[in-house]
Design a protein around this ligand. Structure first.
Ligand code: AMP
Ligand code: MG
Ligand code: MG
Length: 335
């Protein structure tokens, strides 16, 4: 790379380092055992100290280096001085070295919108924490909390940090940090990974894999289900259904060959849930739309809620759109 890197490449490189710092904050709060849980709209819409600190860290770090970009974070936080130890100044060197796709070379800070979900999968984060706490008290694995897996520790993998970058209303780049990746190994040093992607460049930090074409594995919500969600999943005629937490986590399942479609026929997911995942999925040829097959827009002034649901696939998007029942479309429209 000769000369100064393009603004958007510098932004992605910063977002990468900032997401790693946020991931470390998410781990630290879990290990402290004191989550400081607050209910937002109800018991299934939670905020923890990790959500608050990670968002402060991400937003303050990015706006220090890119004062003119618009940053929209999930959490409603009071405007206050951010402690210096929450600021991340690093930029991933290998991203800075890459050549920027031609169409994004001249982008200016003020044309970019950053959508931040500081902790996606908060519900699962709190459940895993409870499991760890019970384990520590009882000095043995917390069996019985989860029917399928025995313990609830697998829920740690549902947790991600999402930083999405939009230009002209489109998600063009994204970073996903998975703070507890490799949690099975137990060693702090080995924990976490970061994936990123950009339209025109591809996606990195994972091994792209596909579910065999003759198998339909549908991934959907585990904590925000309702009849419409279930009806729609069943209408896909899946061979298998996986119920896990987090929008970021479900996109990881698509790109790592664990699921063929992410189906969520309900409002609830917001733009900060889908911007980074959508950019990474698009970068490898996948699609993320509402249940009708229409793209979402990510301009600064759009409605935050993805009211018409989320449908994401790596391949065969049209098949899944065609299977959505009229009754489901009607239910989403009347929301
Ligand atoms: P899930 O698949 O249930 O983990 O949801 C993916 C993302 O959308 C998470 O950030 C959830 O918090 C959010 N979400 C989905 N449905 C709802 C809801 N009914 N209320 C609040 N947040 C929701
Ligand atoms: Mg989220
Ligand atoms: Mg969140």
């Amino acid at each position: 790379m000769s000369g100064n890197p393009a603004v958007v490449m510098r932004l992605v490189a910063s977002a990468y380092s900032v997401a790693e710092k946020a991931g470390a904050i998410v781990r630290k709060v879990l290990h402290s055992g004191d989550l400081g849980i607050v209910e937002k709209t109800g018991a299934n819409d939670l905020q923890t100290l990790a959500d608050r600190l990670a968002q402060k860290s991400i937003c303050a770090s990015l706006s220090r280096h890119f004062p003119k970009i618009t940053i929209i974070g999930e959490e409603d936080l009071p405007a206050e001085e951010v402690q210096e130890d929450l600021i991340e100044n690093g930029q991933a060197e290998d991203i800075l070295q890459r050549s920027c796709p031609e169409e994004y070379r001249a982008l200016k800070e003020e044309e970019l919108v950053v959508w931040v979900d500081p902790l996606d999968g908060t519900k699962e984060y709190t459940e895993a924490s409870r499991c760890l706490h019970l384990q520590a008290v009882a000095q043995k694995p917390c069996k019985g909390l989860d029917k399928t897996h025995g313990t609830a520790l697998w829920l740690l993998d549902n947790v991600t940090v999402l930083i999405g970058i939009a230009y002209g209303g489109r998600a063009i780049a994204g970073v996903i940090n998975q703070p507890f990746y490799n949690y099975q190994l137990g060693a702090e040093a080995a924990l976490g990974r970061t994936m990123w992607g950009m339209l025109g460049l591809g996606a990195f930090g994972f091994q792209l894999q596909e579910v065999p074409a003759d198998k339909r594995i549908v991934t959907t919500t585990r904590s925000h289900s309702n009849k419409t969600v279930t009806d729609c999943v069943n209408a896909m005629e899946p061979h298998e259904v996986i119920r896990v937490g987090g929008a970021g986590n479900k996109i990881i399942q698509l790109i790592e060959g664990k699921a063929s479609a992410y189906v969520f026929a309900s409002p609830g997911c917001k733009k900060w849930d889908t911007c980074a995942p959508e950019a990474i999925l698009h970068a490898v040829g996948g699609q993320l739309t509402d249940m009708c097959g229409n793209a979402y827009r990510y301009n600064a002034d759009v409605k935050h809620m993805n009211s018409a649901g989320v449908l994401a696939t790596l391949r065969n998007h049209d098949y899944y759109v065609s299977r959505v029942p009229q009754s489901v479309l009607q239910a989403l429209k009347s929301d």
